[in-house]
Design a protein around this ligand. Sequence first.
Ligand code: HEC
Ligand code: HEC
Length: 255
Amino acid sequence: MMLDSLPSPAFAFANDTRSEAVFKGHCTPCHGEDGKGKASVGTPDFTSRKIQASLTDAEIIDIITNGKKGTIMPAWKDKLSPQEISAAASYVRSLRDGHRLMAKLGLVVAVLVVVLALVNTTRVDRRNMPVKSTESIEAQTQMPQNVAAIFHRACRDCHTELTRWPWYSDVAPFLWLMAADVYGARDHMNLSTWGRYTPEQRNDRLIAICEMVAGGKMPIWYYKPLHYPDAWLSESDKKAVCDWSKSQVELNAAR
Ligand code: HEC
Ligand code: HEC
């Protein structure tokens, strides 16, 4: 809050709801429900910065107390207590704050909209490369159905060319985050092009798969909340993956 919008001591005791009650009870017929004034009565717009700047706190209290000469603005000193007058004045002032706050909020929203719009004009591809099914890990290794199912539901979005890009992945900054993840993951290990790895590369990855899965490091934690329960591996899921990966390492060693 800026210093100039702090209430002056005269208003400090006025309680917000009571301030509003006094204003709504006595002032809205001429000043409007929202305090924006009525052209037919010739009252000013209290949410206007200019009007607010033209009035000191003391003047507001004085006008409410004694009326405004030459206008139909009545004097309230015989009808309202000093506390009620102070409350009404405080409410008149608060219309400025409300207006400023809304203006600031509006500005923030507008800036966000513009930034997101600009950001979304720079495109990043959401790419899935065409692949030969004969190169996939399913075709290249002896993979039981249950293990294939685990890879399919928990790993394929990042480690294959079969990524299901969700709708929000078309919107920056999600697009960048997801694209970076998926391309990074495929770089480390692409299950769709398993056939292109050398025997050593395959072994490294087979060992890493069990390590990552058993250690709970894969799938990456932040992928899990949006992919419940698919991405949540049970102990028996982890064991199935590790049993399979070990069997494949042994098979390769025996060759
Ligand atoms: C019968 C109609 C009427 C009522 C009721 C009334 N006002 Fe006014 N008020 C006016 C008019 C008319 C003006 C003068 C506008 C102008 O400056 O020409 C005015 C001016 C003011 C001003 C000074 C504005 C300025 O720019 O100089 C304040 C503050 C104010 N009123 C507060 C109140 C409050 C608070 C109440 C309720 C307690 C209230 N008024 C009730 C008609 C009314
Ligand atoms: C949300 C995307 C995402 C999902 C889902 C995911 N991974 Fe990963 N994975 C990554 C990223 C990104 C990396 C690269 C990590 C790094 O940069 O250190 C990675 C790395 C790996 C590695 C390391 C490869 C190497 O270089 O040795 C293995 C193994 C792995 N993931 C296995 C899996 C398995 C198995 C699953 C499914 C159970 C899975 N991942 C699910 C994103 C994912």
